[in-house]
Every structure is written in structure tokens, then in C-alpha cells.
Design a protein around this ligand. Structure first.
Ligand code: HEC
Length: 257
């Protein structure tokens, strides 16, 4: 009995310590991202093709060094306004591993429209080894899996700051007030003029953050425009049906006084 009580006390102390520890660690609460005006928000939201193409460029030139977007194939790039030739040309800049061939060998070949965007690392261990032990997550669905979606993404990318006085950053970490715990293993990825936009847009950190956030939103919600269109059609249909019922009712009740 006594042993059991002692065991219980020890467990309770351990739990209290763990709680206290995690509370101390979580004391740095992440900042709420501001909500921004996106072309795709709201019922009539639409994608801005030029913005998505700029976002793809930022992903390709910067983020793709560390992050995959597994779910995207090169052919999907046609949905953001690239022609078949353009998408084929984009794919052909990449090499992918294929095989096995007749003799059982794997070989490298130029990527085709049907290939998915290549991943930067062979496996998770390689990814962690290159990133201070942290794993750069796949970005296909990241806007769906983070509160604030594209607002969060924008704030995270454009929101790096110097750490507040007294905060000791762990080795290889950067301060980002929007990240859970505020210390992030992703160094600030964007610097002014890092990419050169084909449409002449000035590549500020804010611009690139916003473009790549829009691109990743599209990657996660490619059906948005179809869904909005269907929603509108359903509303028009319901409105017409209401009018029709109104006249039917008048007719049916015509002779009742
Ligand atoms: C040098 C490698 C590197 C580059 C380049 C890079 N990232 Fe990261 N990213 C990381 C690592 C590592 C993490 C994991 C951070 C952690 O867990 O502390 C991460 C985490 C993230 C997260 C998840 C944050 C969260 O809430 O969990 C997002 C979103 C993200 N990166 C987006 C991007 C985008 C968009 C770009 C391009 C503009 C980019 N990253 C460029 C290494 C990189």
C-alpha cells in the first residue's frame, strides 16, 4: 500500500515537472498572422494565373532545395496557365530516376509531363542531416494543415525578426514569431531580388512570400474554382426553383377563396 502511494506520488511529481517544463517552453506563444486579401478568398474567389506562375518560380528557385510538393505533377502546371509546350519545357529541365530496364538497372531520364515534381532528398535521414536535425515538410497540403492557411504561410516567410532581448537561440535556429515555439530550423529563405520574375514584378520579400503562398494554396486546393462555379450554379438553380414554386402555388390556390 505504502509502495503504491509512493509510486503514485512519484508519478504525480513527474507529470507536474513535465507540465511545468512544457509550459516554460511554450511561454513564447506564436503571433497570430494578419488576414490578407487573396484573389481566391470568398465565394467568388478566383486564381490569378500570373501570381501562381510567379509563385511556382519562387518554389522552384528557392523552396525546392529543401521541400517537396509531392502531389504536383508537371502536367498540373497547365492549370496555372502554362501551355503544354511550356510545361513540357519546364519538366525537361529536371532529371528523374526511372526503371528498372530490361537488365534490371535504374536509369536517369528527362522528366515528362506525367512525372511528379522531384523531391530534394533521397530520404528523411538525408533531409534531417542537411537541416540541423529538422525535417522540411512536404508542402503539398501545408496550407490545409496550418491554422491561418495562406495568411500563416505569408507571415512565416516574411516575418523573420531579430530575437527579442534575452532569448537565447539554440544552435542553427532562427527567430520567427509566427512559428510554434518561435525558434525555427528553417533559415530565412527569401531575400530581395532572389528571383527574376518574367513579368517584371519587383521581387521583394513580401511579393515572393505572397506569390509562393498563393501557389501553395492552389497546390492544396486546385478544385477551388470548380467548387465556386458549382456553388453559384446551385444558387441560381435554387433561385429559379423558388420563383417556379411561387407561380405553381398561385395557380394551385387560384380558386380557393
Ligand atoms: C535550407 C532549406 C530550406 C529552404 C530553402 C526552405 N525551407 Fe522551409 N523548412 C525547412 C526546415 C528545416 C523546416 C522545419 C523547421 C522546423 O521544424 O523547425 C521548414 C519548415 C517549413 C514550413 C513549416 C512550418 C511549420 O509551421 O511547421 C513551411 C510552411 C515552409 N518551411 C515553407 C517554405 C517555403 C515556402 C520555402 C520557400 C520560399 C521554404 N520553406 C524554403 C527548410 C527549408
Amino acid at each position: 500500500m505504502k509502495a503504491a502511494r509512493r509510486l503514485f506520488a512519484a508519478a504525480a511529481t513527474a507529470a507536474a515537472l513535465m507540465l511545468a517544463g512544457s509550459a516554460g517552453w511554450a511561454a513564447e506563444k506564436p503571433r497570430e498572422p494578419e488576414s490578407r486579401d487573396w484573389s481566391f478568398s470568398g465565394m467568388f474567389g478566383k486564381y490569378d494565373r500570373a501570381e501562381l506562375q510567379r509563385g511556382y518560380l519562387v518554389y522552384k528557385e528557392v523552396c525546392a532545395a529543401c521541400h517537396s510538393v509531392e502531389q504536383l505533377a508537371f502536367r498540373n502546371l497547365r492549370e496555372i496557365g502554362f501551355s503544354e509546350e511550356e510545361a513540357t519545357a519546364i519538366a525537361s529541365e529536371f532529371t528523374v530516376r526511372d526503371g528498372p530496364d530490361d537488365s534490371g538497372e535504374y536509369y536517369d531520364r528527362e522528366a515528362l509531363l506525367s512525372d511528379h515534381l522531384p523531391e530534394p532528398y533521397e530520404n528523411e535521414n538525408e533531409a534531417r542531416a542537411a537541416n540541423n536535425g529538422a525535417f522540411p515538410p512536404d508542402l503539398s497540403l501545408i496550407v490545409r494543415s496550418r491554422r491561418g492557411g495562406p495568411d500563416f504561410l505569408y507571415a512565416l516567410l516574411a516575418g523573420y525578426e531579430d530575437p527579442p532581448d534575452g532569448l537565447e537561440l539554440a544552435d542553427g535556429m532562427s527567430y520567427n514569431p509566427y512559428f510554434t515555439g518561435t525558434q525555427i530550423a528553417m533559415p530565412p529563405p527569401l531575400f530581395e531580388d532572389m528571383v527574376e520574375y518574367a513579368d517584371g514584378t519587383a521581387a521583394s520579400v513580401e511579393q515572393m512570400s505572397s506569390d509562393v503562398a498563393a501557389f501553395l494554396y492552389w497546390a492544396a486546393v486546385p478544385e477551388l474554382e470548380d467548387r465556386n462555379r458549382l456553388g453559384l450554379q446551385v444558387m441560381i438553380f435554387l433561385a429559379l426553383l423558388t420563383v417556379l414554386f411561387y407561380f405553381v402555388k398561385r395557380r394551385v390556390w387560384r380558386d380557393v377563396h
